[in-house]
Ligand binder design. Structure first.
Ligand code: HEM
Length: 423
């Protein structure tokens, strides 16, 4: 149902003439728009980024569903933008669309100092080494139980049975969220990053309604935790934190959404990506089995190869010249981590999945600078534990068909991956 007072944030006049067979090497670069989810859903984007890195590494797209924007596609340029928060702001948004004026979702990933720094500091203890060490046995037990329960000798969807379930359980643990309702977290995470009309939600309105439901639910939890003595879960930490206890509820929602998405889609798609990659590169799986001490390397290589968040956006605070191009004050700038992670000037044979590569932790997937992923160790730990438990149980996880990919240029991941585990 449409709301008569509602104004869309999107450029409704923009028409995207999508051709899945478009040739990356001959297409007209002057109008090339890499922000379309179709390219990611159909897995056709790689040669376009390869061409941009070679021919136009700081590229201007004059029009898109969210207006004009720049694409930065080379590793070192991305690093330069990401570490320069004085000239590249994270406000008002780190995705291409700006917040709706009457439904802002303030979150610290989309804030600049000093507010960013204060809020980041409040949630950091949840992912501090001592807290992670406490969580490790819980995650291990849950991962083990899920893996023990997979059907043997039958094809099943790895994404739903393992990746989603495990990361959702983890998130429910972080929030001390009612266990039976935990799949709501999965839904809210998907909704939060969904571009209306591209798969998950039909409209901004639907997205807003579902997020309101999320806010109401968490408001209830906040009230409950605020009255009780402090506990080491995220909601209690926010409800009792000196700098956060009086935050407006909309800001609370924004930061929750940030933590839900941060701790959910990214790890989920890394877990699936590792299974898929080891099937595409079976010699790497053989290496892993022979040397399980390579698991930490597998984790980092997966996170580079998969790049679960394809980009982050910044907004230029002043005019900036880059590679002879003038990025004007106010322009949107997209740092395509997914492209920088395949830049062969920095990463050798980048399209290969190589668990013994040198400097395996050198990748852009967690970003850099003041916004560098606060949950990176937690994400890595989950992936490490899953593989430690997989190797204890299964000889092989066989991928039985191509994955269905997410319809988004932001969350780079999988909707389904059919697999079989020997009986
Ligand atoms: C920020 C990726 C796991 C919470 C980020 C950023 C990226 C990212 C690219 C932005 C960096 C930048 O702008 O420079 C990933 C990947 C993960 C992962 C690839 C897993 C493989 C997690 C987990 C959590 C989390 C498990 C949950 C605790 C956050 C938060 C921020 C963030 C709160 C905002 C930090 C800030 O603005 O200061 N993440 N993330 N992430 N991530 Fe993660």
């Amino acid at each position: 149902m449409s709301n008569p007072g509602y104004v869309s944030r999107h450029n409704e006049d923009y028409v995207f003439d999508y051709d899945p067979n478009e040739d990356a090497w001959t297409t007209d670069l002057s109008t090339l728009d890499m922000s379309r989810g179709e390219r990611f859903r159909d897995h056709t984007f790689w040669p376009f980024f390869e061409r941009l890195r070679k021919e136009d590494p700081v590229h201007y797209c004059p029009d898109s569903l969210n207006g004009p924007y720049w694409s930065v596609t080379k590793y070192n340029d991305i690093m330069a933008v990401d570490t320069d928060h004085q000239r590249f702001s994270s406000e008002p948004s780190i995705v291409l669309f700006d917040p709706e004026e009457d439904f802002p979702l303030p979150m610290f990933i989309a804030m600049d100092p000093p507010k960013h720094d204060v809020q980041r500091k409040t949630v950091s203890p949840i992912v501090a080494p001592n807290h992670l060490a406490q969580m490790e046995p819980i995650i291990r037990e849950r991962a083990g139980a899920l893996l023990d329960a997979v059907p043997r000798g039958e094809v099943f969807n790895w994404v739903d049975k393992i990746s989603i379930e495990l990361t959702t359980q983890m998130l429910a643990t972080l929030f001390d969220f009612p266990w039976e309702d935990r799949r709501k977290l999965t839904r809210w995470s998907d909704v939060a990053t969904a571009a209306p009309g591209q798969g998950i939600v039909e409209s901004d309105e639907q997205r807003r309604m579902e997020l309101m439901e999320c806010l109401q639910y968490f408001n209830g939890l906040w009230d409950e935790r605020a009255k009780a003595p402090p506990k080491p879960d995220l909601i209690s930490m926010l409800a009792h934190g000196e700098s956060t206890k009086d935050m407006p509820r909309q800001e609370f929602l924004g930061n929750l959404v940030l933590l839900i998405v941060g701790g959910n889609d990214t790890t989920r798609n890394s877990i699936t990506g590792s299974v898929y990659a080891l099937n595409k590169f079976p010699e790497q799986f053989a290496k892993l089995k022979a040397k399980p001490e390579l698991i930490p390397n597998l984790v980092s290589e997966t996170i580079r190869w998969q790049t679960p968040l394809a980009f982050m956006r910044r907004t230029a605070i002043e005019d900036v010249e880059m590679r002879g191009k003038l990025i004007k004050k106010g322009d949107k700038v997209v740092m395509w981590y997914v492209s920088g992670n395949r830049d062969d000037e920095v990463i050798a044979h980048p399209n290969d999945f190589d668990i013994e590569r040198e400097n395996v932790r050198r990748h852009l997937s967690f970003g850099f600078g003041i916004h560098r992923c606060v949950g990176n160790r937690l994400g890595e730990m989950q992936l490490r534990i899953v593989w430690e438990e997989i190797l204890k149980r299964f000889d092989k996880i066989e991928v039985m068909g191509e994955p269905k990919r997410v319809y988004s240029s932001f969350v780079k991941g999988y909707e389904s991956l059919p697999v079989r585990v020997a009986s």
